[in-house]
Design a protein around this ligand. Structure first.
Ligand SMILES: [Zn+2]
Length: 429
């Protein structure tokens, strides 16, 4: 029937329907997957997180693996191309470098939004896997070479040196990268946000359209794998130097901005700042330390790209045009809030890596800075984006942010200054 997509309709298997087991009420025998003692330093005592759907009786967590991709998995199952009972073969999938354990892994309050043992499932829970418990890693670690035109240009201009190890001849950057899925300990997340666990559970239940009834019916299940984007960490240099106080560490914490990061849109400073962060990481690694780019998949201040584009139009069509003094107001009138990124959970990934001090923090965000310092990480120096890297249309955003408290090594603009800083109109090309 259909040609070219490799999925002729006639070949589809009917989806396999299984007996639905509602996990909305506690079973008499308690949690079959075993209790989770969040923050216990011994993985056996902490307990494995069982969030797979192949055997509902083993589950001890709400939600499931792969974040938002669990919905695509559902489409594959519904259309008969994926056996819902498929158990993965993890041969040769282990991390390419050892990470941890660090003292933070044994502190229930230091890490609340990821599983520190998430990359080691195949190792620390090998016996459970042998018993047939369907566990899945929530962290994967691999190696890569990065080629970015800006970095190649920096090599050409002599700002980045080819050392043969971190930067290969020809300009390839050698990195280790880790993909991290969210695993939330609900009491800890509630505590970070300063709300009750009940209020958090109710809001999550209601705002996902009642997607996870156990949030409100199973207060005994404390772990939730939310259907959201994860984190990618790019590690430059030797990871082992992170815990050595004599070695420098550079860090950029970056929230996804598809328009700028990938497509080079000039309305914000995201990609130029990201690349500057990479340059700082390379320089610090070449000084015998390491650099980290932590990339969060939360687009448009976690409001999403539709809201983001609506705000762009509202900014550019308002009376007086796109102005720095009205920058935050336009976001707030569309979204009801200026920002929902909640940097309170952001430091967890750095604690997973054993970070206790950042020598060069490549970010101007006061929210990120405050969250890191509150979590016990020392920040020695903050690195603003160099002025020459700010695209003209992005002046509106960067100056509004400086006036609102973002770090700058210059004098922050006044309200009067902001009213003068204007962006391009929608009709201007
Ligand atoms: Zn951006």
């Amino acid at each position: 029937m259909s040609e070219g997509n490799g999925l002729a309709m006639g070949e589809l298997k009917a989806p396999k329907r299984r007996h639905i087991v509602l996990a909305s009420h506690p079973s008499r025998s308690g949690l079959k997957g075993g209790p989770v003692q969040w923050g216990h330093g011994d993985p056996a005592q902490r307990g494995a997180i069982v969030a797979t759907v192949t055997d509902p009786n083993h589950r001890n967590a709400i939600g499931t693996h792969s974040g938002s991709y669990s919905v695509y998995r559902a489409l594959a199952v519904a259309s008969g191309v994926l056996d819902p009972d498929h158990k993965p073969d993890f041969t040769n999938t282990a991390p390419t470098i050892a990470i941890g354990p660090h003292p933070s892994w044994a502190d229930p309050e230091k890490i609340v939004s990821l599983d520190p043992f998430g990359a080691l499932v195949g190792e620390v829970y090998a016996s459970l896997l042998t018993e047939g418990i369907d566990l899945r890693p929530t962290i994967a670690v691999t190696r890569a070479h990065i080629q970015m035109p800006e970095l190649l240009e920096a090599v050409r201009q002599g700002r980045i040196k080819e050392d043969g190890e971190i930067v290969k001849p020809g300009g390839d950057l050698v990195v280790t990268k880790a993909a991290v899925e969210p695993v939330w300990h609900l009491p800890g997340v509630a505590q970070r946000l300063g709300v009750s666990e009940d209020d958090l559970r109710y809001a999550l239940f209601e705002q996902t359209g009642g997607m996870f009834p156990e949030l409100v019916t199973r207060p005994d299940v404390k772990v939730f794998l939310p259907p959201i984007g994860g984190i990618t960490v790019y590690i430059i240099g030797d990871l082992a130097t992170i815990t050595d106080p004599a070695r420098p560490l550079a860090v950029r914490v970056h929230d996804e901005c598809n328009g700028s990061d990938v497509f080079g849109s000039d309305i914000c400073t995201c990609r130029p700042y990201l690349v500057h962060g990479l340059e700082e990481c390379i320089a610090t690694a070449q000084q015998g330390g390491a650099g980290l780019i932590v990339y969060f998949r939360k687009e448009g201040r976690a409001l999403g790209e539709v809201t983001k584009f609506l705000v762009y139009n509202a900014r550019k069509r308002q009376v007086g045009g796109d102005r720095a003094d009205a920058y935050f107001a336009r976001t707030e009138c569309v979204a009801g809030v200026q920002d929902v990124r909640f940097q309170e959970l952001m430091p967890d990934v750095l604690h997973w890596l054993g970070v206790t001090r950042i020598d060069r923090f490549v970010s101007m965000s006061d929210m990120k800075y405050n969250a890191l310092v509150r979590s016990g990480i020392e920040i020695v120096e903050r690195v603003p984006i160099p002025d020459e890297l700010v695209p003209p249309d992005a002046r509106v955003e960067i100056e509004a942010k400086k006036a609102a408290g973002y770090y700058t090594d210059q004098v922050a603009p006044t309200e009067e200054d902001l009213a003068q800083i204007k962006g391009r109109g929608l009709e201007q090309s």
